[in-house]
Design a protein around this ligand. Structure first.
Ligand SMILES: [Zn+2]
Ligand SMILES: [Zn+2]
Ligand SMILES: [Zn+2]
Ligand SMILES: [Zn+2]
Length: 564
């Protein structure tokens, strides 16, 4: 601080000091000359704002020729900016980091191409961490073009691979991981560190290859798939059952997705599928069968180790023949490497756990598995299916009546009754990179708590019930013939009003049965209730969604459950 004993800079320094973050102060004081400090301060935008105030307070402008020098390239200053950017980066303050990398880049003399390439690489890291994968890939390309140091290249290749993986571009991601392994040869890392990184990359390569293999196999087998009968009540399960009412279609924009080939009734078994590969969480290795994931009180042991148990000799023999002899475990690697399941079309496997009497149960994650057929279902914020597990066999059943021709959608997380549209869309974009165009999103359906109980939503009977208009009728209506503004015909809502009175009673009866543990009869009542409402009313409205929730609740009861 020697050069700062008095005068303009001391004054200036004191004025801005309180506005600087500590890392900025450090960089500021590390600068050597007043000129450097001034350049630095100018580039820090909020300091610049202070400077303007300062000028204003002084009442006289600075020398104009001094102003001009701020726009010269300045290596020293650029490096300082980068340093500040790096500190923000370490604190995961991504936008601030990017801001300083940009300032550094703009100040950097063009001869320093290696430094420029490092700035590009740093920007790509920020963009990767903020899920802007396309922009990150562009930055990586720029860094490579600009003479990025060979011994650091492995970092860029790995980042490139992860961006591509996030974009679900598995073919290119595989190539990038292979390039990553090659680039590691040029690194100047200590041998041990190099070996570890290479091992990680090799695991990723194996994962990608395996995943591509499974994808290809599934696509092929779906084309020639013969419908098999589901043996849903027997212990034996076919590897895969797909209901013949479900057809898989393909479009360029949506990829492959499931559609109703004919009318699907509520409760219909749509898909039943064994996992291609699955992994049980280790904490369940002494309570659940390692092969089928069913809980057992009378385990069969493995002849060779004490790590796992089985529910039967059959499951044990199957394990010894197949997965249990390999150390390498697909899903285990996903979990270990902290990868998103969805990037590999994997699903979490769950179990309903009850703690004592009267507990409503908690759905608990016990493992993960790869279900290639289920991966083809698109998302809707108002899903048409519910899924649950028998051991590790996934069961997908219709949660509503789905007319022929409509998309059969599952749910990837946010449900419209619980999560606001903006939040749902942001979440789906961030995790799955698509803009949701489901009905609740397009029509901006209200969330459950926003639904208006004072307005009834009647179906228009016009044009032989082909009119799609919804008749909004206040609860205290006095007339029974409601005219539709779209088709001009009138609908008699008398029958609908009468049915509504019945639904209240049926709903209560269904709830009582569910609480008493009579799932089967409860489900019957809930379905009866939904049918009644479907005849004259149109969702969304509260009692409709409460009924759907009851149905979902009952169906899940058919899956894994345990009383702790
Ligand atoms: Zn088993
Ligand atoms: Zn063993
Ligand atoms: Zn949606
Ligand atoms: Zn109408």
């Amino acid at each position: 601080m020697d050069g700062m004993k008095s005068g303009f800079f001391l004054n200036f320094y004191q004025k801005i000091r309180n506005n600087l973050k500590s890392e900025e102060i450090q960089a500021f004081t590390e600068s050597n000359s007043n000129q450097e400090r001034f350049n630095f301060a100018y580039r820090v935008s909020h300091v610049h704002d202070r400077l303007k105030i300062h000028r204003h307070e002084r009442g006289s402008p600075l020398q104009p020729d001094k102003d001009e020098i701020f726009f010269y390239k300045d290596l020293k200053c650029a490096m300082e900016m980068k340093k500040v950017g790096n500190k923000f980066f370490q604190n995961q303050q991504w936008m601030e980091a990017l801001n300083f990398y940009n300032k550094s880049y703009i100040m950097m003399p063009k001869e320093n191409s290696t430094d420029i390439s490092i700035i590009f690489a740093n920007r790509s890291a920020v963009l990767y961490h903020t899920q802007q994968y396309d922009a990150a890939l562009k930055e990586i390309e720029r860094a490579v073009d600009e003479n990025y140091p060979k011994d650091l290249m492995y970092k860029l290749k790995e980042r490139k691979a992860r961006c591509l993986l996030a974009k679900k571009n598995h073919v290119e991601a595989l190539k990038a991981f292979q390039e990553d392994v090659k680039a590691l040869d040029d690194s100047s890392l200590p041998h041990e560190k190099k070996m570890k990184l290479e091992r990680d990359a090799q695991i990723m390569i194996k994962l990608m290859q395996k995943n591509l293999e499974i994808e290809a196999k599934t696509k092929k087998s779906l084309k020639t798939f013969q419908v098999k009968e589901a043996k849903k009540d027997k212990k034996e399960v076919v590897d895969r059952f797909i209901c013949d009412a479900v057809s898989f279609e393909y479009t360029e924009s949506e990829g492959r997705f499931a559609k109703a080939g004919k009318d699907i009734k509520l409760g219909t078994y749509l898909v039943q599928e064994k996992p291609h590969v699955a992994c049980l969480l280790q904490i369940y290795s002494q309570t659940h069968c390692q092969t089928c994931f069913k809980r057992t009180n009378v385990p069969i042991t493995c002849p060779n180790c004490a790590d796992v148990i089985f529910c039967s000799e059959k499951c044990r023999d199957e394990a010894l023949k197949t997965f249990h002899q390999f150390d390498f475990d697909f899903i285990g690697s996903l979990v270990y490497h902290n990868l998103q399941f969805t990037q590999f079309n994997a699903h979490e496997i769950s179990e309903l756990q009850y703690k004592g009497k009267g507990d409503v149960g908690t759905s608990t994650f016990i493992g993960g598995g790869l279900y290639p057929t289920v991966a083809f279902f698109n998302h809707s914020c108002d899903p048409g299916v519910v899924r649950y597990f028998n051991g590790n066999v996934i069961m997908v059943r219709a949660l509503k009546h789905i007319p022929a021709g409509e998309v059969v959608a599952e749910n990837y997380g946010p449900i419209f009754t619980q999560v606001a549209r903006e939040e749902r869309q942001a979440q789906l974009m961030k995790q799955y990179h698509f803009k949701c165009l489901c009905k609740p999103c397009l029509e901006n359906w209200p969330m459950f708590r926003e639904m208006d109980d004072n307005i009834l939503r009647f179906r228009c009977d016009g044009h032989n019930r082909t009119c799609k208009n919804v008749l909004l009728v206040p609860l205290d209506v006095n007339e029974f013939m409601i005219k539709c503004i779209e088709c001009g015909e009138s609908t008699n809502i008398m029958k609908g009003l009468k049915a509504l009175q019945d639904t209240d009673m049926i709903f209560k009866a269904a709830t009582r049965l569910l609480e008493a543990g009579d799932t089967k009869n409860s489900l019957g009542k809930f379905v009866e209730n939904l049918d009644l409402m479907d005849q004259s009313l149109v969702p969304p409205f509260r009692s409709y969604h409460l009924t759907q929730q009851g149905i979902r609740r009952c169906i899940i009861e058919f899956g894994n459950k345990t009383f702790l």
